[in-house]
Ligand binder design. Structure first.
Ligand SMILES: Nc1ncnc2c1ncn2[C@@H]1O[C@H](COP(=O)(O)OP(=O)(O)OP(=O)(O)O)[C@@H](O)[C@H]1O
Length: 688
């Protein structure tokens, strides 16, 4: 797998236009007969033009040169009829061509998008999002100019060129032969320019992707930019990429223009040759003026397709640069696929076994997991903890089968995960990722995506179980309020509870929670605990976390380090053992803020250190709302600044722990030392 994926880090491969064309041609299936029709329309339009030119010669010789108005009407009416017919055919052909090309673009974009959605997580870590966006938009359109417009254009231009050339030969073969001697000049000019145009197009496309990436990244980190006044740095980054793009665009325009002008000069040479020879022929009486004008008109019609053919070569060459970038994506395969012979299991009970698993990320030097083993019985809660980079999140990726292990197996109810159909497996194992993922849709749709087709009642029940119903109904449109990931309407904790409601609705037997309280402040984390417990009840849960507040609840704790389990046991046993877990626990308690209910043991420690439960800074001056004496503070001044949780704990009056809006949570503080409630009622809608 390693070799196969190393390509992610390679330069985009260069490929010939023919290979690129063959790669995308199958996507025209179903459109080909329409393309043939477009080509037929072009042929008919060319025939109409030819007839019009012959009528023009006729008019010149009979009506104009002889000054006979009577000779005007018949050819003029025929010409008009042909012009109208030609216009209708051209309209139909061009409309059909637009329909076919847009359809192709749509199909190609969906094809690439669908493929991208199956790619493994490391693909997205190694490619900038903006660059992927530009590949899915402008590069997709470039391919169209190669495959559909390119092909139809080439076929039409080739036909027109041949047709007008034949007509010119038919009119005067000697004159035609004399002018066609110069035709290879067009081909030489196109050849001279095509290499440079491909290089410069490639540079332009890469720069285009880089600009989209910089803008996308800058908008994603706008708070950092503003808070650290990084506007100049971001502007410089954009300027660098924009300069590359600017240079490529200007060079490309210059090359195209130079080619155009060179072709104009070649055309002028041809026209002058015709007029020169024509003048000679007329003077000797071998040709009429009408014939010469008709011949010149054929040449006038002949040049655009000839020039178009050469230009098309350049367009296709430029589009190949886009094709290379798309093929690079399409060649990146998903890391896992559906089994050929899927296991025929019903809903599993939820026994999970990780058996001697070794895993290395594609392209990485070191193994992320090394002989890792553990088992979880149905309904158990197992916490996987350990230092940063130990391999905890990698465990979650293997449990969801984003990757298959290099050695060993991950089993669900005794069946290897690779034997389950992927869609079915992800119904059975639900991930609650560290970053709360929100769809750009309504609150209802965000919960319902846990189980598409769920009834409104089921959605509401899930929201209630996730303690989300109350804040949802306070939103302006309740469940129909639109939200998105950058929405300021919902706090981190509220978004997390939406995600919990979604997971409750999904009702999978196995849950993988990746740092469910990380990134939440103490109060938000506290509000998430009860919904989390409801979610975990009766399900096999593997919780990956640094936060050890739920550790006492766990049936087993696995301490992972450098991809191996270094300790395992229950919270008390591991603390008593005084090993890696005890050290982790100690370091966390020394560094982390209070998370309310989660931190009961700490608070009890605190109380244990003050056996008489007397507030540290003296006796109360007045009783608080619960009839408890309010504490006094140094110099008798209530303190309102709490630099961190520990400071707060030190000030919190013993016995005042109760959270408004939640059932009594034991001896937790409910009020700040100055009497304000510790937990404000949630504002569902800032400013509402
Ligand atoms: N896409 C990747 N490609 C290569 N190596 C990776 C990739 N993702 C993770 N790793 C490496 O695998 C190892 C385990 O990473 P993992 O994310 O599982 O650690 P973790 O314990 O979850 O860390 P943290 O607590 O900081 O999230 C680390 O050494 C990490 O650098």
């Amino acid at each position: 797998m390693g070799d196969e994926d190393d390509e992610f880090e390679c330069e985009t491969p260069t490929i010939p236009a023919r290979t690129a064309f063959r790669r995308f041609w199958p996507l025209t299936k179903g459109l080909r007969r329409w393309l043939l029709l477009v080509w037929l329309c072009t042929v008919l339009a060319a025939l109409a033009e030819t007839e019009a030119i012959l009528l023009f010669g006729d008019l010149t010789d009979h009506a104009l040169q002889k000054g006979s108005p009577a000779a005007f009407w018949s050819p003029a009416l025929k010409w008009l009829g042909i012009a109208v017919l030609g216009a209708l055919v051209a309209y139909a052909g061009n409309s059909l061509a637009a329909w076919a090309t847009e359809r192709f673009v749509m199909r190609l974009r969906e094809h690439v998008f669908d493929h991208v959605q199956q790619l493994p997580p490391h693909f997205f870590q190694r490619h900038r999002q903006g660059d992927l966006l530009s590949r899915l938009t402008s590069d997709v359109e470039a391919i169209e100019t190669m495959v559909v417009s390119g092909l139809v254009g080439a076929a039409s231009a080739a036909f027109s060129a041949l047709f007008y050339a034949a007509a010119a030969f038919w009119l005067r073969w000697d004159l035609a032969a004399a002018t066609f001697v110069l035709a290879p000049l067009f081909w030489l000019a196109a050849r001279r320019f095509s290499g440079s145009i491909k290089d410069v197009s490639r540079e332009g496309r890469v720069a285009d992707g880089a600009i989209t990436s910089v803008v996308e990244e800058a908008l994603g980190t706008i708070v950092l930019t503003q808070a650290y006044d990084r506007r100049d740095a971001e502007r410089r980054r954009l300027h660098e990429e924009a300069t590359a793009w600017f240079r490529a665009s200007v060079r490309s325009a210059r090359l195209n223009e130079a080619y155009e002008q060179l072709v104009q000069v070649i055309e002028t040479v041809c026209v002058l040759a015709v007029i020169g020879i024509g003048a000679w022929e007329i003077s000797t009486g071998r040709m009429t003026l009408g014939e010469l004008l008709a011949f010149a008109a054929f040449l006038g019609y002949l040049y655009p397709p000839v020039r178009g053919l050469a230009q098309l070569g350049l367009t296709v060459t430029a589009a190949t640069a886009g094709a290379e970038r798309l093929i690079e994506i399409l060649d990146a395969g998903p890391s896992v696929t559906d089994p050929r012979h899927p296991a025929d299991t019903g809903r599993p009970d939820g026994t999970v076994e990780v058996r001697d698993v070794t895993f290395r990320y594609p392209g990485a030097d070191d193994t992320a997991l090394e002989g890792l083993s553990f088992a979880v019985r149905p309904g158990e809660l197992v916490i996987v903890t350990g230092p940063s980079g130990a391999g905890k999140s990698t465990v979650s990726k293997l449990l969801l089968r984003f990757y298959d292990p290099d050695a060993g197996d991950v089993l669900l109810d005794g069946t290897p995960l690779r034997d389950f159909p992927l869609a079915r497996l992800r119904e059975y194992v639900t991930l609650l990722p560290q970053e709360t993922l929100v769809l750009h849709d309504t609150v209802r749709a965000n919960i319902a995506c846990g189980r598409p087709g769920a009834s409104d009642q089921a959605i509401e029940e899930a929201a209630r179980a996730a303690d989300a119903h109350d804040f949802i109904v306070r939103l302006p449109d309740g469940y129909d309020t639109p939200v998105d990931s950058h929405s300021a309407r919902l706090s981190g904790g509220q978004l997390q509870r939406l995600a919990i409601a979604r997971a409750i609705l999904r009702d999978a037997p196995v849950l993988v929670l990746d740092e469910p309280t990380t990134g939440l402040d103490a109060m938000a984390a506290r509000r998430v605990v009860k919904p989390l417990r409801r979610l975990m009840a009766g399900r096999t849960t593997i919780m990956i976390t640094h936060d050890l507040n739920l550790a006492p609840d766990a049936d087993r704790i696995l301490v992972v380090d450098r991809g191996r389990v270094v300790e395992t046991g229950r919270h008390d046993e591991l603390l008593a053992r005084g090993g890696a877990y005890a050290r982790l626990h100690r370091s966390q308690n020394g560094a982390v803020m209070d998370t309310g209910e989660l931190r009961m043991p700490l608070w009890e420690d605190q109380r244990a250190r003050q056996p008489d439960h007397t507030p540290r800074y003296g006796q109360p001056e007045h009783p608080d709302q619960h009839g408890q004496p309010a504490p006094t503070y140094p110099h008798g001044q209530p303190t309102q600044t709490y630099p961190h949780g520990q400071g707060f704990e030190a000030y919190a009056p013993a016995g005042a722990w109760a959270q408004p809006g939640c059932e009594p949570c034991g001896n937790m503080p409910a009020y700040l030392p100055d009497g304000r409630p510790l937990f404000r009622e949630e504002q569902a809608w800032p400013g509402s």
